[in-house]
Design a protein around this ligand. Structure first.
Ligand SMILES: NC(=O)c1ccc[n+]([C@@H]2O[C@H](COP(=O)([O-])OP(=O)(O)OC[C@H]3O[C@@H](n4cnc5c(N)ncnc54)[C@H](O)[C@@H]3O)[C@@H](O)[C@H]2O)c1
Length: 260
C-alpha cells in the first residue's frame, strides 16, 4: 500500500497506459483524479477505481487547454485537499505521420500542443500546489522515441525528446521544493488499439516481438509498474531521469536482432 492517503492526478486516464496506471495506484491506496478528453472514458475508469474502494473524480478536459486544466486542478484541491502525484500521460501515438516533407502544420501543432505543451501546463498548475506543500512526484510519459528517432514519426520524435528535456529542466528547478520529476520511456505497448492492429496482422506482431530481447511487446501493466515505482517513496532520491521499459530494445545495436 505505497499510496495510502495519496492523491494522484492521471491525464489521459480513460484508456491504455493511463487507465492501467490509475488502477495500479488505486490498488495501493491512492485516490485518483481521472482526466481524459473523452468524458465517457474518464467515467469508466472512475467506476473501476471506485470498485477498488478508492475515491475517484472524473475531470474531463483537454490538457492543452490552460483554463480547463486550471479549473480541474482547483476542483481537485477543493475535493481532495491536494495532489501528491501527477502522471502526465495524455497523448496519442501517431507512428504513421508520413514523411516530414509532407507533414501538415496542423498535425505538428496539435501533437506539440497535447503531448508537450500539455505536459508543461499540467506540471505548472499542479506544480504550484506541490511547491506550497514542498513535496510531490511528477512522472511524464516520454517514449523510446524521446531518445532515438522513429521513422514516419517526426513530430512524435521531436515532441518526446521535448518531454525528456522538460523533465530534466523541471527536476533541476523543483528539487529544492522536494518535487521529483522523472520520465518513463515505454517501448511498443499493447494497448487496446495496438492489440487490435496486431490481431489483424499476427505476422507483424511476430516480426516486432523478434526484435525485442525479452521476446514480446510490453503490456500496459509493465509500464504502470514502472510509473508507480517512480511515483512512490521508493524513488525519493531519483529525479531528472528517463527510465526505459522496452524489453531491452534500446540496448540492442540498431540493425541487429537478438539471438533466437
Ligand atoms: N502505447 C505505446 O506503445 C506507447 C509507447 C511509448 C509511449 N507511449 C505514451 O504513453 C502515453 C499513453 O499512450 P497510450 O498508448 O496509452 O494511448 P491511448 O490512445 O491508448 O490512450 C490515451 C488516452 O489519452 C486521452 N487523450 C488524448 N488526447 C488528450 C488530451 N488532449 N487531453 C486529455 N486526454 C487526452 C485519450 O482519450 C485516451 O483515453 C502517451 O503519452 C504515449 O505517447 C505509448
Amino acid at each position: 500500500m505505497r499510496f495510502e492517503n495519496k492523491v494522484a492526478m492521471v491525464t489521459g486516464a480513460g484508456a491504455g497506459i493511463g487507465r492501467e496506471v490509475s488502477l495500479t495506484l488505486a490498488r495501493e491506496g491512492a485516490d485518483i483524479v481521472v482526466n481524459d478528453i473523452d468524458p465517457a472514458a474518464a467515467e469508466r475508469t472512475c467506476e473501476e477505481v471506485r470498485a477498488l474502494g478508492r475515491r475517484a473524480q472524473a475531470a474531463q478536459g483537454d490538457v492543452s487547454d490552460y483554463e480547463r486544466v486550471r479549473s480541474i486542478v482547483d476542483e481537485a484541491v477543493k475535493v481532495f485537499g491536494r495532489v501528491d502525484i501527477l502522471v502526465n500521460n495524455a497523448g496519442y501515438v501517431d507512428i504513421d505521420e508520413g514523411h516530414p516533407e509532407d507533414l501538415r502544420l496542423e498535425e505538428w501543432n496539435r501533437l506539440v500542443a497535447v503531448s508537450l505543451t500539455g505536459v508543461f501546463i499540467c506540471s505548472q498548475l499542479v506544480g504550484r500546489e506541490m511547491i506550497k506543500r514542498k513535496s510531490g512526484k511528477i512522472v511524464n510519459l516520454a517514449s523510446t522515441a524521446g531518445l532515438v528517432g522513429l521513422p514516419s514519426a517526426t513530430a512524435y520524435t521531436a515532441v518526446k525528446h521535448g518531454v525528456v528535456g522538460l523533465t530534466k529542466a523541471l527536476a533541476i528547478e523543483w528539487g529544492r521544493f522536494g518535487i521529483n520529476v522523472n520520465a518513463a520511456a515505454p517501448g511498443s505497448t499493447l494497448t487496446a488499439r495496438a492489440e487490435k492492429y496486431f490481431k489483424d496482422d499476427p505476422a507483424a506482431y511476430a516480426d516486432r516481438a523478434a526484435r525485442v530481447p525479452l521476446g514480446r511487446l510490453a503490456y500496459p501493466s509493465d509500464q504502470a509498474k514502472l510509473i508507480a515505482f517512480l511515483a512512490s517513496a521508493d524513488a525519493d532520491y531519483i529525479t531528472g531521469q528517463v527510465v526505459v521499459a522496452d524489453g531491452g530494445t534500446y540496448a540492442l545495436y540498431a540493425g541487429f536482432a537478438p539471438p533466437k
